[in-house]
Design a protein around this ligand. Sequence first.
Ligand code: AMP
Length: 713
Amino acid sequence: MNDLTNPVEVLGIDAGGTMTDTFFVRADGTFVVGKAQSDVDEANAVLTSSVDALAHWDTTPEEVFPQMVTCVFSGTAMLNRVVGRKGLRTGLIVSKGFEDFHRMGRAIQCYLGYAFEDRLHLNTHRYDEPLAHIHDTRGVTERVDSKGGVVIPVRLHEAREAARELVEQGCKAIVISFLSSYLNGTHERAVRDVCLEVIKEMGSNIPVFASVDYYPVRKETHRTNTTLLEAYAAEPSRKILANLSQRMKDVGAKYDVRVMASHGGTISWKAKELARTLVSGPIGGVMGSRYLAEQLGYENVACSDIGGTSFDMALIVKGKVSMHQDGDCARLVLSLPLVSMDTIGAGAGSFVRIDPYSNSLKLGPDSAGYRVGTCWPAGGVDTVSVTDCHIILGYLNPDNFLGGILELDVPRAKQCVKEQIADPLGMSLEDAAAGVIELLDLSLRQHLRAMISAKGYSPSDFVCFSYGGGGPVHAYGYTMGLGFKETIVPAWAAGFSAFGCATADFEYRYDKSTDIGITKDSTTAEKQEAVNTLGACWKELADKVMEEFKINGFTEDDVTLTPGYRMQYLGQLNDLEMSSPLSDIGSPEDWDKLVATFDETYGRVYADAARSPELGFGVTAAIMRGSVETKKPSIPSEPDAGPNPPAEAVIGERPFYYGRKWVTAKLYKMETLLPGNRITGPAVIESDATTYVIPTGFETWLDGHRLFHLIEV
Ligand code: AMP
């Protein structure tokens, strides 16, 4: 029933490749999670998932949507469109003579995402299809030098010809990206205007994107890829989101849908730069972890998310997530600020094979996707997956997969694991399946440890959050022996990314490359000039931020602007991103304050002894973030009910294979457990979309915020 004294206020959506999760939160922090099979029409899946979630409260979208205040969407459709090269046909105009640089991919795209051993071997390198075909690429004579000066004026008659040909050839969008345009955008803008004129003359209305208007940053391959994504992948998403927004309005919604962006904030679906939402779901999980950490006082958190296809890890240090300025995604180098995450292609649905050369087990990198494994009732998957092994060993309940809407084929899974794994290795069925689980746990554990130590930390500095449908299944296995302060499994692990999206700020972030350098011999006048240049960039970016907020009806008074910058010791390759200690700058002394903040951060990130102020300091980018207040979910807070689970939480027993023997695991229903309840392994706590495994030697208890704490005893 819809309770108007405790209204439903927040909706987070995670539209994954296989499942669309919805996460609804009431004013008092109570929540429900809904699941539905993803659909080409994302609006259908969101509405079906919403019906599923709200049924737990005996209500419907029609009753609830009109009173809601916030809705945040994340999805994989845009990314899938790029990976599958199914985007909008886009024409590309570049500086004449440089028509091939896009498909050359800076020579590194051909091995991006490869394991180290494959990077070393040229014969494994492969070039993906470029986003804009060479036949849809045109060169226009022009040249701006590396200081922004015009060396060759732009030949607009060539631009006119290029635009006409691209439209005639059937391109549905045009992107313009010239060398050094981030220093001087006049040529790109002139060509943009010519293209728009030609398009109009030809009776067409396709969009035109000049890279300087979107991503005024150095590195032309990164900039061109990112601007191309705006046309190729984001334009179709804009239509899908418009449809989703409309369908929700039809059911009475009054909120404006926001989308999770790769920088960790959310932006309106109407935003000009929608390619920034290319990676959204996994970022939601990190933002959710940050929010929980902030609310509950955890300073350092290792985030770990296992879904069907991948394991995503990120670190929160002293409450902050770190950012990549030009990370890569989908084997493309990009200019998008990206929350730093490490991903490996090993998940709960990964395929398992025997390597014919070493006769040993090999996991992934491909996975069974939505058909989970050979146990999929309708068949169609012939290779064994990790999920098949979970079922054989009693980790997962085949009658409760997605709440029991699917009846998994256990005999077939057993037969396939026997034939493909157990018999060739000369092992029993259960030992072979247990070997697969141990291998996955070991691999995840090693990656987690490597990611943490590569950044100079130890697991003992961190609390580990484990989520995603598969996180609770493996939390014990991949944290065992690492020495985390604690391992925490939220009771809403399966919908955690959707929850995280709802916790993120409504925030735009824009970046601009700068070439500011000050050495110890620089004069006060030079420092003044540096401050003036950075201040002007901040002003330009702040105007861009305000332009976006105005689309949603916000004024200057509603928006909090936070300037930032990237700084480096002059001559070093890496820079660091920082929030500015000053909201505005104007004097040479302000420069010293920016430098002091960087110097202190550098010492913290690396080591005090590594600081090198004698080299001087350079600002490589100006950053501006603008945010407005939004309604966020409150964290549940429930009273302690003592250590013994209530009778209705105990749902039975089943055989469970662990430590090379069959034992009897007690089964519990996750939703009916109460704060304070303590459960000792072997036990399995079941929910409709996730399963929390507590083997012998482990114990768990539920706190008042519905977070399970996993303890090695
Ligand atoms: P996600 O991609 O985050 O939805 O996670 C999907 C994974 O959750 C599956 O591959 C399963 O291994 C795991 N899982 C655990 N319990 C369940 C359950 N009851 N129903 C569906 N998936 C489950």
